[in-house]
Design a protein around this ligand. Structure first.
Ligand SMILES: Cc1cc2nc3c(=O)[nH]c(=O)nc-3n(C[C@H](O)[C@H](O)[C@H](O)COP(=O)(O)OP(=O)(O)OC[C@H]3O[C@@H](n4cnc5c(N)ncnc54)[C@H](O)[C@@H]3O)c2cc1C
Length: 481
């Protein structure tokens, strides 16, 4: 099987999976009033691979000439990483600034599992790498979609898994059998789970020998018995109207509390089983790839902020005001630093002994840190330029009313723009920054791909401070011990 069509993908989601939304079982995620928006959004991945304008970027031919989705291309050099980031940025732009995330995050995990399983096999004499490679081929050849459930619910954050009041605050192995393992636990915030074929599970953190049962990684189909997806209703658009919610009426992510209620995982799908020394290594290696995905998909949203603010500066007749230029310049700097650092991370990648290209860790984390740390300030600049009508404007029904519309046309026009077009631009700002969807985006900016402190820790840990200390010592003539 080669590339799947959009219809084949959507058909694959009708497989009896256990999904709930607002207290009720969902029979079909693709036709559900709210979740269906997310399914149509993620189906864009398959449309882009078929579209003539995008086919070259979104597909790749292997050595035998078989065509696959480019997401499954193992990055071996800077160009592979640049192609990958370009593909992620393009699909996010086509998705109205919302990442699709049905192949991006899963392949990040596949690359990390490839690297880590080789090291574990070497040290422990296990055979995980062959299983990872077989699963990778299965996903590639069947053009499958994947979610990654890494973040455990974690209970008391200051305690390790076995120190917790409740043994299930981290996902763990409850039974080991000849033919596989049984796992129990719940993973939080898993993005896109209702719209994918497979879930990859990874450990969240480094652990000690006493927590070995919690050192577990595997992949299973979403409709595996015992897997339960509790879909979050938050982040939906405020209305299905394109006038009111120009982005979120058509594009959205859905995250789940992903429950593993004594789930059996067959042996060939287990990629880590109690090798506790590798749990932190796997968690961090995944993050190295996933933060690169993150900073590849952030720029389209930043571009939309710049565009909406600049349009409204024109519509409000303030484009020449010095404070407006200052805010637009700061938005541009914020955006292009993220974009530039993400490209630099590809150029400055490290090639491992196994020939895998890993994005530069400092540049990737700096891009993510810079994006997240300035996100709320950036929203403030856009809202300032737009004005209060972002949250006090009239409804679409008012525009449709013959009695009310003349007042809107008369009073809400701007500089060289009619009232309706100005309101459309204001609604874009509300959708992106001041709606349920806008609030979701704020939390996503701070926490998705790891909270801000995680980036700071990584930058400090991985930065070559010795190089700078040597330089300072050399200039003052001090010998470093
Ligand atoms: C929109 C969205 C999508 C996401 N998608 C996915 C996904 O697809 N898959 C996935 O696995 N995860 C996903 N995540 C999870 C994301 O990686 C986590 O939200 C993030 O790592 C923070 O974890 P948390 O939410 O449990 O918050 P916490 O870890 O509880 O963080 C809250 C605060 O506590 C601090 N803190 C936590 N532990 C400690 C400690 N030991 N000592 C000191 N301070 C501490 C943090 O720095 C932070 O300031 C997603 C999150 C969001 C918001």
């Amino acid at each position: 099987m080669g590339l799947r069509t959009r219809e084949q993908y959507l058909q694959g989601l009708r497989d009896g999976r256990f999904v709930t939304f607002k207290g009720e079982r969902v029979a079909d995620v693709t036709t559900h009033e709210h979740l269906g928006v997310g399914a149509r959004h993620t189906a864009l991945d398959f449309e882009l691979a078929e579209a003539e304008a995008h086919r070259e970027l979104f597909t790749w031919a292997d050595d035998e000439g078989a065509t696959h989705s480019r997401y499954f291309k193992r990055p071996e050099n800077a160009q592979d990483l640049l192609n990958r980031r370009e593909m992620i940025e393009t699909s996010t732009r086509e998705g109205g600034s919302v990442v699709l995330l049905v192949k991006e995050i899963g392949t990040d995990a596949l690359f990390a599992l490839d690297l880590v399983s080789r090291v574990v096999d070497e040290k422990a004499g296990t055979e995980y790498n062959a299983r990872v490679a077989a699963f990778h081929r299965h996903c590639r050849d069947n053009d499958l979609t994947l979610a990654v459930a890494q973040t455990d619910v974690k209970g008391d954050r200051s305690l390790l898994p076995t120190q917790q009041e409740h043994p299930d605050y981290y996902l763990h192995i409850v039974e080991e059998r000849e033919d596989g393992i049984v796992v129990r636990g719940a993973k939080a915030h898993t993005t896109g789970t209702p719209f994918v074929d497979e879930i990859i599970v990874l450990p969240t953190r480094a652990i000690g020998a006493e927590d070995a049962d919690y050192a577990v990684a595997f992949a299973i189909p979403v409709n595996t018995p015992g897997v339960k997806l509790l879909a979050s209703p938050f982040g939906a658009g405020e209305s299905p109207s394109q006038f009111h919610s120009p982005v979120s009426s058509r594009h959205r992510l859905v995250d789940t509390l992903t429950i593993f209620d004594d789930v059996f995982v067959p042996k060939d799908r287990v990629f880590l089983q109690k090798e506790w020394q590798a749990a932190g290594f796997l968690a961090n290696t995944f993050v190295e790839f996933h933060r690169f995905t993150a900073v590849s998909y952030k720029p389209p949203l930043c571009d939309l902020f710049i565009g909406a603010a600049a349009l409204l500066a024109d519509f409000n007749g303030i484009q020449k005001a010095s404070h407006v230029r200052d805010k637009l310049m700061k938005l541009i700097a914020w955006t292009e630093i993220v974009r530039g650092l993400s490209r630099a991370a590809a150029f400055d990648c490290r090639i491992t002994d196994f020939g895998l290209a890993v994005p530069n860790i400092i540049q990737t984390n700096l891009a993510k840190y810079h994006f997240a740390a300035q996100y709320h300030e950036a929203i403030g600049w856009v809202q300032d330029i737009a004005g209060g009508l972002v949250v006090t404007g009239p409804d679409e029904a008012d525009l449709a009313s013959a009695e009310i519309r003349p007042y809107i046309d008369r009073y809400l026009g701007g500089a060289g723009v009619n009232a309706e077009d100005r309101l459309k631009a204001l609604n874009l700002v509300r959708d992106l920054t001041a709606s349920d969807f806008g609030g979701y985006n704020q939390l996503l900016a701070i926490h998705a791909e790891g909270s801000i402190e995680a980036q700071k820790i990584t930058i400090y840990r991985d930065y070559d401070l010795d190089r700078c200390k040597d330089l300072a010592a050399q200039i003052i003539g001090v010998e470093r011990s």
